[in-house]
Design a protein around this ligand. Structure first.
Ligand code: IFM
Length: 714
């Protein structure tokens, strides 16, 4: 079991916020940060629900509106308030069982000057019933009788987002809350049931409260059930929450837990990765997959995974390319239904992408760099005030980081190839790919002097360079996107001619437009110097910096140099040409060409973003550099578990998590699609004795085992 369990022992009060992220529970509908029931100063308790965006008064962009943090409990024993910094902490262990989604904390505590008490806290978000959460505390007085006082309600609504807040009580053990998001209008309904067992009657008060004696050696159990609905999923959220709560209370804690654990079992059956010979790697990949699986919407195709999942306020819950190019692949290959949901999110938000194109003077659909529930561009234009003078940096990504449209097309094509889901492609994917191709056709600039197409004033994945011409990543991806669009249109004409005809009319896919695409494909400028791709025009004229000399460091080089100075150097923020290598694989070029590009670009990379290390690891593994690949993978694995970038408190990094899976399966195992099947070219880290994973390919579950002696696919 040990490689399924993330453990904190002893108590680490200096890491409260980091560990709140680590110990997040969730179920694809919501996420609950691992703040403690009793509450401590500096904690960031937070419950986020997919899609519940709101732009509060004075805010530049909308953000996920946290709902009341229902996990709070006031506990007192023999009159002493339970707190880990009071009394005597005799033992402490907090564990997250990734296999079943159960967060548990066992504490041995001496009431100040009195009885020793054993407390076990547990909580889970039901994977079987996404609107239900449960929490249980079991308290045992070990060496004397004790008086227990316990109060637990729903928590307060954040008034910067919520208005028309109404709270109340139903049955004596119950509480409810309803509210409306002031600007977006989403309505919220929450219902709570808190009990201390059938024989203990609640006290009078504004929330469920109990006061009773427990005998020495007796274990008492306090249980809290929560139900949550919003107007995104129910016409009358509070009624729906109350009904769901009633069912949950009737079922009881144990049955709810069992059905949730069974749902987890089925999920892991498809998605687990087993590694023998490396306990850390084993735990780390499961931890990464757990965070992806609790973030991936299950029943809702109008939401997507934010860069920091539902486990923190980082990036305000906004959705980036992190989803399509990093987090999605593990789902595409192991949970295709969840991958489809995420791609449908982009389909549903096509109107927003069309508006962005029009607003920028282009045709077709241009996806926003940061996306919420509307599909509009929601990248803030200005960063947070910086010390010492409160200066704010202009954020250009929303204006210039346009490769996202090609990234979405890439992900849709990959999903289609892996799943064989023709229905998705014919009814939804084709429209997205074709209308974004229309965008590229209008965005490219024809350079008559050189008889070539160029794309100026963009930002590539390397965001340290904020206004470049001919980002090779962008140009190659745009060209590939246009090729995909032509392929898909041809396929659609054969497969669903009526659909093809309708799209041709609706998107104005005239012969002249298609001819223009062919011309762009033939004449797209790809900056290169022989085999070496040039990251963007003039990249090698910039100041070279020996990135390796700045090691060890805890800050990015941009932080050390400052933004404008970094812009003038060859320091690369994250995988850019190397990202292209990861995406294109053999299509990037022959192995010597890949190696030549790696040798130039990998040493220049600062890994200033959490997205970077795993992708470098993937490419290094494919190139046969397994030690280097493992070191990079290990770095990526520490982003959330070890907080090695210092920002895990803001939420788990979805992209790093997805990158870890990709590096293992597409890198170390060397999985490729070959014709209608899959092929493997393993290059495992030398100390891995066995790697096993499953992939769903064209509706068939393949069970892959790799050892130093060979590969089996069952
Ligand atoms: O999308 C990324 C970007 O590539 C680097 N900065 C953080 C964003 C969100 O994770």
């Amino acid at each position: 079991m040990r490689n399924w369990i993330v453990t904190e022992t002893p108590f680490r009060p200096t890491q409260l916020n980091h560990l709140e992220t680590v110990f997040t529970i969730g179920n694809g509908y919501l996420g609950v940060r691992g703040a403690f029931e009793e509450g401590y100063p500096g904690e960031q308790p937070l419950v986020l629900i997919h899609g519940l965006f709101n732009q509060p008064e004075g805010a530049e962009v909308s953000e996920l509106a946290g709902v009341p943090a229902w996990t709070g409990l006031e506990l007192a024993f023999d009159g002493a308030r339970f707190r880990l910094d009071q009394g005597e902490l005799l033992g402490y262990e907090r564990t997250l069982d990734l296999r079943s989604g159960l967060l548990r904390r066992a504490v041995l505590w001496r009431i100040p000057g009195q009885t020793v008490l054993r407390l076990v806290f547990e909580r889970f978000a039901s994977l079987a019933r996404p609107h239900i959460l449960a929490l249980r505390v079991q308290a045992t007085a070990l060496d004397g009788d004790m008086m227990i006082e316990a109060a637990g309600g729903l928590g307060d609504a954040d008034r910067s987002h919520w208005t028309d807040i109404e709270v109340g009580r139903g049955a004596p053990q119950q509480a409810f809350l309803q509210a409306r998001a002031a600007q977006s209008g989403y309505r919220l309904g929450m219902a709570a049931h808190f009990d201390a067992g059938p024989d203990i009657r609640p006290e009078a008060g504004s929330r469920p409260t109990f006061k009773f004696m427990a005998r020495r050696g007796q274990t008492v159990t306090l249980t809290k059930f929560i139900a949550i609905h919003t107007s995104r999923d129910a016409a009358r959220p509070l009624d729906a929450a109350r009904a769901a709560l009633g069912t949950a209370v009737d079922l009881g804690y144990d049955a709810l837990y069992r059905e949730s654990a069974e749902a987890w079992e089925a999920t892991w059956h498809a998605s687990d990765v087993e590694i023998e010979g490396d306990d850390f790697a084993q735990l780390a990949i499961r931890f990464a997959l757990y965070h992806l699986l609790i973030a991936a919407p299950r029943d809702d195709e109008r939401v997507s995974i934010g860069a920091k999942t539902l486990s923190g306020r980082g990036y305000k819950g906004h959705v980036f390319w992190d989803t399509e190019l990093f987090a999605l692949a593990p789902l595409t290959f192991t949970q295709p239904a969840l991958a489809r949901n995420l791609l449908m999110y982009r389909y549903h938000l096509l109107p927003g992408a069309r508006t962005k194109a029009v607003n920028n003077g282009f045709e077709g659909a241009m996806y926003p760099w940061e996306s919420t529930d509307t599909g509009e561009e929601t990248t803030p234009k200005w960063g947070a005030p910086l010390p010492p003078d409160g200066r704010r940096e202009r954020i250009w990504t929303g204006d210039r980081e346009i490769h996202i449209s090609a990234d979405i097309a890439y992900a849709m094509r990959q999903y289609w190839q892996v799943s064989g889901d023709d229905d998705f492609m014919a009814r939804y994917g084709a429209e997205v790919i074709l209308d974004t191709a229309v965008f590229w056709g209008s965005r490219v600039e024809y350079n008559a002097a050189q008889d070539r197409y160029e794309i100026s004033h963009v930002i590539g994945p390397d965001e340290y360079h904020e206004d470049v011409n001919n980002s090779v990543f962008t140009n190659v991806m745009a060209r590939r996107h246009l090729q995909t669009a032509l392929e898909i249109l041809a396929w659609l004409e054969r497969h669903a001619p009526a659909q093809a005809g309708a799209l041709r009319d609706r998107l104005a896919l005239t012969p002249a437009r298609l001819e223009h695409w062919r011309d762009v494909i033939a004449k797209m400028y790809i900056p290169r110097d022989g085999d070496l791709l040039v990251e963007f025009d003039g990249f090698f004229d910039l100041e070279p910096v020996d990135v390796a000399a700045y090691w060890p460091r805890t800050r990015s080089l941009q932080h050390i140099y400052g933004v404008p100075a970094t812009n003038r150097t060859q320091i690369i923020k994250q995988a850019d040409v190397v990202m292209l290598m990861a995406l294109l694989g053999d299509a990037f070029g022959p192995p010597e060409m890949q190696r030549a590009n790696w040798d130039v670009y990998a040493p220049r990379c600062d890994h200033g973003s959490s997205l970077s290390a795993a992708i470098h690891g993937l490419v290094a593994a494919r190139l046969g550099m397994s030690d280097q690949a493992y070191a990079l993978w290990r770095q990526a694995a520490g982003v959330d578990l070890e907080d090695n970038k210092g920002n895990a408190a803001d939420g788990a990094h979805a992209a790093a998590a997805g990158g870890l899976w990709q590096a293992i399966v597409l890198g170390f195992a060397g999985l490729r699609q070959a014709g209608d099947g899959i092929s493997l070219t393993p290059n495992l880290p030398p100390h891995w004795r066995r790697l096993r994973f499953r992939v769903m390919h064209r509706g068939r579950l393949r069970d892959v085992t790799i050892t130093p002696d060979g590969v089996t696919i069952a």
